[in-house]
Design a protein around this ligand. Sequence first.
Ligand code: UDP
Ligand code: MG
Length: 311
Amino acid sequence: MKKISVVIPMYYEEEVANECYNRMKKNLNELSQYDYEIIFVNDGSKDKTLEILQDIAKQDKKVKIVSFSRNFGHQAAVTAGLKYITGDCGIIIDADMQDPPEVIKDMIKLWEEGNEVIYAKRKKREGETAFKLFTATMFYKVLNGLSEVEIPKDTGDFRLADRKVIDVINSLPEHNKFLRGLFSWVGFKQVPFEYERKERFAGETKYPLKKMLKLATDGIIGFSTKPLKIIGGIGFISVVISVLILIYALLNCIFSWDLIAKGWTSIMFSMTFLIGIQLISIWLVAEYISRIYDEAKGRPQYIIDKTINIE
Ligand code: UDP
Ligand code: MG
């Protein structure tokens, strides 16, 4: 009997935990020819999430819990969950039922047809703000413009992957894993699966702007070195411009045009502009270096406080 593993990260999800479990269970039970396990990863929630999950795990041994010592973030939670998968395929899904578990059976069908990664693509996104939609579009534009691998637009982490692919992901040594990029980077036979992204069942998004920005920089910096090269391009252009300005100034002296009056503005402008570009460049380099530093320290991406129903 083949086994399906489901990984669900949870951060302050007491309002959705029960609904999530019930709906997940119902859909997995309908796939009666498969065995399954549900791995909940509690990402350091301090509300009742863990309590609720523990109650569920007491009655249902197919439910496993990995609980972090603090909040390490969604990517870390999913990464941890993937490590504990014992099934033949793994499904990553959000707790808030924005990704409907009802579509899992169709994803399984695609998997049985020989596809190794089935990534869910959002055909429609309900209940999301115009700001979120706009920033998401911009993010994928920038990311795909810069990065060497194509990261499909409108896909999150909701996907089904064959055990073979998950083993490869688990074997990658990097700490700051940007999963949707890595899943695309590893290759294998991949197909999109279109679905309608629903509204959150309850509660609020656990992805405020700050976390979104971190995810975006991790994605871009983890998958491209082009930003570093762009700095060179900007520097080159500004040198060319400054030479042109110099020529202009010399001509000014020779033909005694009225330069003095314009002097202050041009100096102030070029100074602040160039300092700005320099600082931005240094920040960009620092982003890379800080990630190299993180990797060099070799600290784990997360710390597990306890596990339940896992030997
Ligand atoms: N999540 C997490 N750790 C975090 C933030 C979010 O494990 O630090 C989980 C959250 O519980 C949910 C999933 O990641 O299961 C996606 O979060 P959310 O639905 O809030 O994001 P959105 O759908 O608004 O992008
Ligand atoms: Mg959500």
